[in-house]
Design a protein around this ligand. Structure first.
Ligand code: FEO
Length: 379
């Protein structure tokens, strides 16, 4: 069940959705009980309610995650099915009440590993906090070996395909989703991936995007993103107000290429922040190209730095380069925005006005240092 949202272009009023998204809900019918797992965004409530017309009775409504794109239609589903009990985690219970104003008497909580018999089918609840809120859980349908994962392993991708057959497109959308939503919790996700190795899984059914009937496709991708060392790649978010920082950026990109290091530059005035996030999944080094505006870094670079810090990628090295007019404090302020990252900072390269030969030589030395460090990435 659920709804495709082909036209949605922004999530959380922040995240670009170039491929739209979907809100997946799942009806599980046992010989004795019927369950709905998750609902849809309130914008698509009419779609879900029309689908439920053919369901005479819901016994349970499972809320795996309280964020409103999955739970926003819960009150209406409960109104339509007054005998249905809402099942969720103990952590989610007060959140369901706070965010949705559900009557607490209709909520039953389940412990990690607890099971629910539907007659000839059995659901197991697996607490999986922080994918990406504290209250999240998965649901495992034992007889069919289907794992419902809420946001985890999902993708913002609207498609009429039940399973994602366009591998490249699904991989890109799932990686974008991981980068934007899951990467800040990679250390916790590592534990969830380990725990899932104990389950036989035929189908993974996330709450966004297509399902996977070859679970290794998405599980291996997550293992790579979470566990493997970063790659020989520099991500370079920057802005240039009058061309001086652009000269530095162009020179550094060439200098790095000459040393065998790939760079992905992102001009923050035109960039899709999702592409920036995707690149942060793999990059070993970030260099901020930060011209000084008044007495601090340009606000668009501040945004990039703040975002980088929030997403917590596995970066190992960082630097700031840029041009200023009369005050050169941009590097300290950018560095102050990346406190959660455990990166080694290279000396900044800043120039008053237009870069000269001395500046370009300093950028060459920065490229030398980056290339040297990157040679050891696999060790
Ligand atoms: Fe798809 Fe965290 O909601």
């Amino acid at each position: 069940m659920g709804a495709q949202d082909f036209d949605r272009r922004l999530f959380d009023e922040l995240i670009p959705l170039p491929d739209g998204t979907s809100y997946n809900a799942y009806l599980v019918t046992g010989s004795e009980k019927t369950v709905l797992i998750d609902t849809v965004d309130p914008d698509k409530i009419d779609v879900l309610m029309a689908q439920l017309e053919s369901v005479p009775q819901l016994d349970f409504l499972i809320v795996q995650h309280v964020e409103q794109d999955h739970s926003g239609s819960v009150p209406e589903v409960l109104d339509r099915h007054p005998n249905a009990t809402l099942i969720t985690t103990p952590k989610a219970r007060p959140m369901v009440v706070d965010h949705l104003h559900v009557d607490p008497d209709r909520i039953v909580t389940v412990e990690d590993g607890e099971t629910l018999s539907l007659g000839d089918r059995t659901l197991e609840f697996i607490h999986a906090p922080w994918v990406h809120w504290p209250e999240t859980m998965f649901t495992y349908l034992k007889e069919e070996e289907i794992l419902f994962t809420c946001d985890f392993l999902g993708s913002h991708l609207a498609t009429t395909e039940l399973y994602g057959r366009e591998r490249k497109r699904v991989y890109e959308a799932a990686k974008r989703y991981y980068a934007e939503i899951m990467m800040p919790f990679s250390s916790i996700i590592k534990g969830h991936l380990e725990r899932l190795t104990r389950y036989e899984i035929e189908i993974i059914a996330p709450s966004h995007g297509p399902l996977y009937d070859d679970p290794a496709f998405i599980l291996d991708a997550y293992r790579h993103w979470v566990l493997d060392p970063p790659e020989n790649l520099v991500v370079l978010p920057y802005v240039s107000m009058h061309g001086s920082t652009q000269v530095m950026v162009d020179h550094l990109i060439s200098a790095l290429a000459n040393r065998g290091v790939q760079t992905e530059p992102f001009n923050m005035t035109v960039t899709d922040i999702g592409k920036l996030a995707i690149t942060l999944v793999d990059a070993a080094t970030v260099v901020f190209g930060a011209p000084t505006m008044l007495v601090g870094p340009h606000p668009s670079v501040v945004y990039a730095a703040y975002l980088t810090n929030a997403l917590r990628p596995k970066l190992r090295y960082a630097a700031v380069i840029g041009s200023y007019g009369w005050a050169g404090k941009a590097p300290e302020q950018v560095m102050g925005l990346l406190k959660t990252l455990k990166v080694e900072w290279f000396d900044p390269v800043m120039v008053k006005g237009l870069p000269d030969e001395t500046t370009l030589e300093a950028l060459d030395r920065l490229a030398d240092e980056i290339a040297n460090r990157h040679r050891d990435l696999k060790k």
